[in-house]
Write a protein that binds this ligand. Structure first.
Ligand code: ADP
Ligand code: MG
Length: 376
């Protein structure tokens, strides 16, 4: 196990600047997930840690030692890729043992390590099979087993589940979580899938265009996204964003005009927002409540209803606003063409400025208002 530090890490390919100064500390035993859209530089960053790409500027340190010029093979890391890259002519056992034989470990030690990894990954019955006689999930488990037997200081994973079908992806994801709980190694895991990030990570690093947007525990990112990019990336379905402006703000609350004709009042009294400030209100689909009676913030027409049994999803439209996604737990028997009256959960909404910077999180604004009231 090891502690990993990135200090001002840059990467350029000729004149093209890909990674723009990444600073990050990964603790011993931590499971850190790099997440971000395709092309944002996740693999490049991981490959620089691995020693498969040169570092253009900055430092990578493992246990305090700068490893910029240390060859990949001497960094004590093991990497698992999306393509399993198993040796097709070798059995599962041979695939797992190969690196250990090259290291010159005694046979008894090799057998012990392979048996332990096979037991952990439930590969015991497949040790004599060739990769072509395995399912995709089993092959990926062999690739993970090949990393485990080397007892690396740090595990690096680059989208290891992307080639698996949906069901296997979920099963293998759970196995990875269990594996981390069992062996406790330092793990850095790249994915573009925010559900994988949320379920596996101790901390998530959200990247965009070669820069870190936010680092935090999964629920920190969900509850307090630092900006509109993170707010839109974390959470599924995606957060709704309504652009508008502040029409009134005083001790009682904030009134926003959304689109051309919707007015919404939110009890964010302690937030000192100037009138006419351009804002974007962010509300997750699960924080729009369908109400039958009482005041509603938005009335919207259902254009698509998706009844999954356990959950109901609506896509709605309201004049002057982008399509609205609503997520209701359970079964709500409404369909296309009907109106929904929606109430915004003020404690779970977010306000951003027009550049996507956070102005306030509803939960904090409500807490401040309650504090201010209590002080009177
Ligand atoms: P991700 O893994 O997040 O999808 P990558 O790290 O693979 O993204 O790529 C980041 C950016 O770097 C992309 O724009 C990609 O085109 C570019 N890139 C990656 N490798 C090279 C290379 N060898 N030469 C030039 N550009 C590259
Ligand atoms: Mg990649």
């Amino acid at each position: 196990m090891a502690h990993l530090e990135l200090r001002g890490v840059h990467k350029s390919y000729g004149p093209v600047h890909i990674i723009h100064g990444v600073d990050l500390d990964i603790r011993d035993g931590e499971f850190v997930v790099f997440v971000g859209p395709s092309g944002c530089g996740k693999s490049t960053l991981l490959r620089m840690i691995a020693g498969l790409e040169a570092i253009s500027a900055g430092e990578v340190r493992i246990d305090g030692q700068v490893v910029n010029d240390t060859p990949a093979a001497d960094r004590g890391l093991a990497m698992v890729f999306q393509s399993y890259a198993l040796y097709p002519h070798m059995s599962v056992r041979q695939n797992m043992a190969f690196a250990l034989e090259n290291m010159g470990l005694p046979q008894a030690e090799i057998d012990k390590r392979v048996a332990r990894a096979a037991a952990m990954l439930r590969l015991g019955d497949y040790l004599e099979r060739k990769p072509k006689a395995l399912s995709g999930g089993q092959r990926q488990r062999v690739a993970i087993g090949r990393a485990i037997v080397r007892d690396p200081k740090i595990f690096l994973f680059d989208e290891p589940l992307s080639n698996l079908d949906a069901e296997l992806r979920v099963a293998t994801r759970k196995e990875l979580a269990a594996l981390h709980a069992e062996i406790g190694g330092t793990m850095v895991y790249v994915t573009h899938d925010q559900v994988e990030a949320m379920t596996l990570a101790d901390r998530i690093v959200v990247l965009q265009a070669g820069r870190i947007e936010q680092v935090g525990a999964p629920l920190e990112l969900y509850n307090r996204p630092a900006n509109q990019f993170v707010a839109g990336f974390i959470g599924s379905p995606k957060m709704n964003f309504f652009t508008g402006a502040v029409t009134q703000a005083d001790g009682a609350g904030v009134t926003l005009r959304l689109g051309d004709r919707h007015a919404v009042s939110l009890p964010y009294g302690a937030a000192a927002l100037p009138a006419n400030l351009g804002v974007t209100l962010g509300v997750r689909p699960e924080h729009l409540e369908v109400v039958e009676t009482g005041p509603a913030d938005i009335e919207a027409l259902i254009t698509l209803a998706e009844h999954l049994g356990g959950d109901t999803f609506f896509t709605c439209e309201a004049e002057g606003l982008p399509p609205i996604t609503v997520h209701q737990p359970g079964q709500l028997m409404r369909g296309r063409g009907e109106m929904l009256r929606l109430r915004i959960d003020a404690a779970a909404a977010h306000l951003f400025d027009r550049d996507g910077r956070i102005l306030l999180h509803g939960r904090d604004a409500l807490a401040s208002q309650a504090q201010a009231r209590a002080a009177h």
